[in-house]
Design a protein around this ligand. Structure first.
Ligand code: SF4
Length: 220
């Protein structure tokens, strides 16, 4: 059997834990998080650097069993950049087949077209303040559909102006939900909220709920 696309696929895993979803339109829902190891990006404000290396390898079926043991319906596959592992698509499909409601958090730098259509893709666009704007894979935008979400994390007013321009240029709000978040400790959330209302932007403002609840604690 093909070891990268079949059920014998193995993936490197940093952690699996249950928490409440801290972002996206699913915010607040009790969710199992599957954090895959590794990321080809280096966003300057990254808060999951511990997922860049290490971890342990597990088979797809084993990961599905570990998820099921938590007894929750919602599952979020995250990273790192989960799509950097070839077996990620097989894992997503296996989780859907097992009856879970599955979302994927991805950087927007890699091809999202291989992802099972049952999965809600929460895709970043990297603003200049991330230091990784050049990694945006713009071809992904044509792949977006209702049920997906675009998330842009903003470090300052220049990032906000950039996001406003991308939303208009690519008609993002007509494709799916668009989420704007401030970098914690860097951009005043109230200021961002005021800009959004001032400009009547067709987006959803969000704060990272897990940071409000648990700061940067790992496994929360
Ligand atoms: S894509 Fe995500 S995991 Fe990778 S460096 Fe950026 S914030 Fe961190």
């Amino acid at each position: 059997m093909n070891t990268t696309t079949g059920r014998s696929t193995r993936l490197r895993l940093t952690e699996i834990f249950a928490s409440v979803q801290g972002e996206s339109t699913r915010v607040g829902l009790p969710t199992v998080f599957v954090r895959l190891t590794g990321c080809p990006l280096r966003c300057v404000w990254c808060d999951t650097e511990y997922a860049f290396n290490g971890g342990e390898t597990h088979g797809v079926d084993e990961i599905v069993r570990m998820v099921a043991a938590h007894g929750l319906r919602h599952v979020c596959v995250t990273g790192g950049e989960p799509l950097a592992q070839k077996g990620c698509s097989a894992l997503l499909t296996a989780l859907c087949d097992a009856g879970f409601d599955v979302s994927l958090e991805t950087s927007g730098a890699l091809d999202i077209s291989t992802v099972d259509p049952r999965v809600a893709r929460i895709m970043d666009l990297k603003a200049p303040g991330s230091g990784e704007e050049a990694k945006n894979r713009w071809a992904n935008i044509d792949q977006l559909r209702r049920g997906d979400e675009v998330k842009i994390v903003l470090a300052d007013e220049a990032d906000y102006a950039w996001a406003r321009e991308q939303i208009a240029t690519h008609g993002l709000a007509g494709r799916c939900e668009v989420l704007l978040s401030p970098v914690a400790g860097q951009l005043d959330p109230a200021q961002l909220a005021e800009w959004i209302v001032r400009d009547r932007l067709p987006v959803r403002f969000q704060l990272q709920l897990h940071k409000v609840l648990w700061a940067d604690a790992r496994g929360k």
